[in-house]
Design a protein around this ligand. Structure first.
Ligand code: ADP
Ligand code: MG
Length: 699
């Protein structure tokens, strides 16, 4: 009999339940302390944990272990070592020590480092992150780790993420104590990332170089039907998709990933999966794993899972919604408005802190989701726009207005704040999700950051969000720390009022797609960083460097290395896209055009040989059209190749990226127009690659 879901759930995870049964009591306690408070783990404890982990892993079929880490690509990295240790008499025993658990030394020279690590110092090391549980995948024990250079610079995404969580914890606890909530010892950020993806048939995928090399189509005439009927969103799941989703859920559950919601998305062949939220660090690891498992399971079902932000022109691309909040060790969600006045005050402090953080660091938030793929969504004709703004909804906007206007501040007698029960209703989640255009929306007890791209790690945006909010909380603490208890309520009120006045420009409850909003946002002085090369220079601006180095999230060197890597990534992506497009048009599409023209010409002359004065105007018309397109493509190819060479020749990385963005991308657009027009004329049988119609509607 198949195991029940609760039995299945987490069966491949070295989780708390397993630890409790497998570890000696004192070891378990020491490990719990490390996990909860970040205290140092002694080697004898690590040894004991390693033995238990190894035994459990072997019982579950594992033969190898790997330190699993997240270099500065969008992927994870692993190098497998077996547990075997020869005993000298031709036999082996299975071994795994605390040292091997805690630290690894992979040769790191081939990972991007943005100049941080000279190649002669190729060693990097990985350090166990006990706050994210180890798991088994493909008969290997996976140990989540942070990845650093030998001199301690972060070469990954986990290290700065953990740093940002620490910073937020420190600043949130400090302000809570100052405003009177003295019990709180720890604050963690929580994340629930909703993941969008496309499924296409594997056989069709394998016939398209653009999908294989770039993960997205670079040419392709629109299918007769797109998403205009609005019949896919939440539509009935097709049997093949449903079978896929079932297996995906089960595989994720085994890995302790709480996959919860699944449905069809707006575009044809597009779907979504959302897990139950978790602490940020675990949620980030889980999202990486989810993307990997999505691809693996798709392959088993004869499909390919596309995670690129814009696989198809003319229909929606894919993103991620980063649902984010903060929770205390006592289980209080700091973005939950609560039911009592005291909770309301606390809520308002954190709410207003987030508003200020998003306004102060809107450029950094934009950068945290920047990339070649996502540029085709943000600022293009779909959700959300490149301008960062906050949606609060009507009720909450009214509350802030009231504070701004002192309406709930009684003036007689002792000054007493009354922004409590009378004002704040217990927000129920806005079911209609009225504003899907907002990049950053309050959704009842959390914020939903909607600008993330579907393929990228969710680490970066959370690093920025955590740090920006921590910085504002730090500023709030500075203002409130010396206020006597009796005057605290008033001081908080003043602080809230002054902050709302200074930052209300970031709040926008309207439709983010309209041109009016773009104009209005400009008047308000908000950033509109349309493309990655527009946005990236802000990463190392004085203000942003001060934030990130000030809170010790990045050293100056780490910051610059990341800037370099992001630029480089952008350039490389576009270079590959340009090469792929050139090859597809030159080697595949143009020969199809010629073949078709030959057919037409032959038809015309055959017709004439039978009936000398017959009309061949249809053939002539088609030939003329195809010749014009052929010429346009030939010319377009020439221009694309020349401009790509020009971009490649740029010495300066930013200039290179800008050339790709403003010149090469435009060339690709031009070339695509003729290609798509030609494709629409060529019979299906002569086309070198499957059409949008097939890709989007065949599953
Ligand atoms: P939708 O946004 O599609 O309407 P929900 O609001 O139900 O869906 O949930 C979206 C995601 O938000 C889920 O992954 C959920 O677990 C997550 N979420 C709910 N509460 C929190 C929280 N306090 N912190 C972070 N994520 C949360
Ligand atoms: Mg959502």
């Amino acid at each position: 009999m198949a195991p029940s879901i609760p039995e299945l759930y987490g069966s491949l995870v070295f989780n708390d339940k397993i630890m409790r049964t497998k570890l000696p009591k004192d070891v378990y306690k020491a490990l719990r302390k490390t996990i909860q408070n970040g205290t140092h783990l002694e080697l004898d404890v690590a040894n004991s944990v390693a033995v238990a982990m190894k035994e459990w892993a072997i019982e579950n079929g594992a033969t190898h272990y790997t330190h699993w880490f997240q270099p500065m690509t969008n992927f994870t990295a692993e190098k497998h070592d077996s547990f075997i240790s020869p005993t000298g008499d031709g036999q082996v025993i299975m071994e795994f020590s605390g040292k091997e658990l805690v630290k690894g030394e992979p040769d790191a020279s081939s990972f991007p480092s943005g100049g941080l690590r000279a190649t002669f110092e190729a060693r990097g090391y990985t350090a166990w992150d006990p706050t994210s549980p180890a798991f088994i995948k493909d008969r290997t024990l996976y140990i989540p780790t942070a990845f650093c250079s030998y001199s301690g610079e972060a070469l990954d995404k986990k290290t700065p993420l953990l740093r940002s969580m620490d910073t937020l914890n420190k600043e949130a606890v400090k302000i809570l104590h100052i405003i009177g909530n003295k019990e709180v010892k720890h604050v963690t950020t929580t994340v629930g990332p909703e993941q969008e993806y496309f499924l296409v048939d594997k056989e069709l995928y394998n016939q398209r170089k653009d999908l294989i090399f770039c993960g997205r189509t670079l040419i392709g005439a629109p299918a007769p039907k797109g998403q205009e009927m609005e019949d896919h969103y939440f539509g009935t799941l097709k049997p093949r998709v449903s079978a896929y989703m079932h297996e995906l859920d089960e595989e994720l559950w085994k890995l302790g990933i709480p996959a919860k919601t699944k449905h069809n998305e707006v575009a044809p062949a597009q779907h979504e999966l959302a897990p139950v939220f978790d602490t940020t660090n675990v949620a980030v690891d889980h999202n990486q794993l989810t993307m990997e498992v999505m691809k693996k399971v798709a392959d088993k079902h004869g499909m390919v899972c596309l995670l690129n932000e814009k696989p198809f022109e003319g229909i929606n691309g894919s993103g991620k919604h980063n649902n984010w909040s903060m929770i205390t060790d006592g289980g209080c969600n700091l973005l939950d408005p609560g039911k009592t006045p005291a909770e309301n005050t606390q809520f308002l402090v954190f709410l207003v802190a987030v508003i200020k953080a998003v306004d102060d660091y809107a450029d950094l938030l934009r950068i945290s989701v920047a990339g070649a793929g996502n540029d085709h969504r943000l600022g293009a004709n779909e959700a959300p726009p490149a301008i960062v703004s906050i949606f609060l909804g009507d009720e909450l906007t009214e509350v802030l207005k009231a504070i701004e206007n002192d309406e709930f501040f009684s003036s007689h007698g002792a000054v007493q704040m009354d922004i409590g029960a009378t004002v704040l209703p217990h927000f129920v989640k806005d079911n209609t999700d009225r504003n899907r255009t907002s990049p950053f929306a309050f959704t009842g007890n959390k914020f939903e950051f909607r600008m993330l791209g579907s393929s990228a790690s969710v680490a970066n945006p959370n690093i920025i969000l955590n740090t920006a909010v921590a910085e504002v909380l730090r500023q709030f603490s500075e203002k409130l720390k010396d206020v006597p208890e009796g005057e605290m309520e008033k001081a908080i009120h003043n602080l809230l009022k002054e902050t709302i006045l200074a930052h209300r420009r970031i709040v926008f409850n309207g439709n983010g797609y309209t041109d009016e909003w773009i104009e209005e946002a400009e008047k308000r002085g908000l950033y509109n960083l349309k493309s990655t090369p527009d946005a990236l220079p802000h990463f190392v601006s004085e203000k942003n460097a001060a934030l990130l180095t000030g809170h010790k999230i990045f050293t100056k060197d780490e910051l610059h290395s990341r800037y370099e890597i992001k630029l480089e990534n952008y350039v490389k992506t576009l270079h590959i896209e340009s090469n792929t497009m050139a090859e597809m048009i030159q080697k595949d599409l143009l020969p199809s055009v010629t073949a078709y023209m030959e057919q037409i010409a032959r038809t015309a002359s055959l017709k004439k040989s039978v009936v000398p004065d017959i009309s061949v105007s249809s053939e002539a018309g088609l030939l003329t059209k195809l010749t014009a397109l052929q010429d346009a493509m030939t010319e377009g190819l020439k221009v694309l190749k020349a401009d790509t060479a020009k971009a490649e020749a740029c010495e300066d990385m930013l200039e290179k990226a800008k050339t790709y963005q403003s010149v090469v991308l435009a060339d690709m657009d031009t070339l695509r127009k003729s290609a798509d027009e030609a494709e629409a004329l060529i019979p299906e049988a002569l086309l070198p690659y499957p059409t949008y119609g097939k890709l989007l509607f065949s599953i």
